[in-house]
Design a protein around this ligand. Sequence first.
Ligand code: PLP
Length: 257
Amino acid sequence: MTPPIALTVAGSDSGGGAGIQADLKVFAALRVYGTSVVTAATAQNTRGVQDVYPLPGNVVSAQLNSLLDDLPPAATKTGMLATAEVGAAVLAKARAGLLPNLVVDPVLSSSSGRRLGVVGAIERLLPYALVATPNREEASALVGWPVTTPADMAGAAGQLAAGGPKFVVVTGGDMVAGDEAVDAVWTEAGTRFLRYPRILTHNTHGTGCTFSAAIAARLALGDSVLDALAFGKQYVARALAGARDWKLGGGTGPLDH
Ligand code: PLP
């Protein structure tokens, strides 16, 4: 059977663990046909991001035009939007209604501290998102106050949902305390928490990209949003567990797809 198309609009991670490379691995694992619009090249390995080279806005538009003309996506995820120009190129297509089932992963910086995305580009795109998947740090930057506890996460999810996305998941997998990973999910019917046993590993690079890509893949396959979110959470847990003892590189290693 012909698979549905899922599109990733994201940065390239030369190390293969995050960004476009992670997204395409998820799409392949979940049996959707993956297409990709590269927004930036990063020079990167498991130790961190050494350099970032955003592509010009017209190069991003050209890639989008090629795909929308011939390979229209059933679902799209956005990751790293490195400049306002890149953000505007994506926004134009979202505004035109060409990016259905849009999952916005508001990538702002790498866990090693390098700036990857611009807040303004994400804020302008959020009204067109079906789902947004900020982690606590990204949620803090978007709402303007520190998001630390699960109650904060729920509050931030509600605040962000007021700006457009029907579903907002604030992920808390980075929390150091507790033996559970907790995410807060805002839906029109109220807030709920997704919980999963914490998987202890230093190989966590690309977790956020993987989560949002899995959600987009399952939306492309026709899942309801809540089913896609629950699936995304399970997919990340399995990918973390699979790579728990891997030794790839000297830093934060990738996940097992
Ligand atoms: N590189 C790219 C291209 C990304 O899109 C992301 C995250 O979304 C990262 C790096 C950061 O990954 P991590 O948070 O695992 O450092």
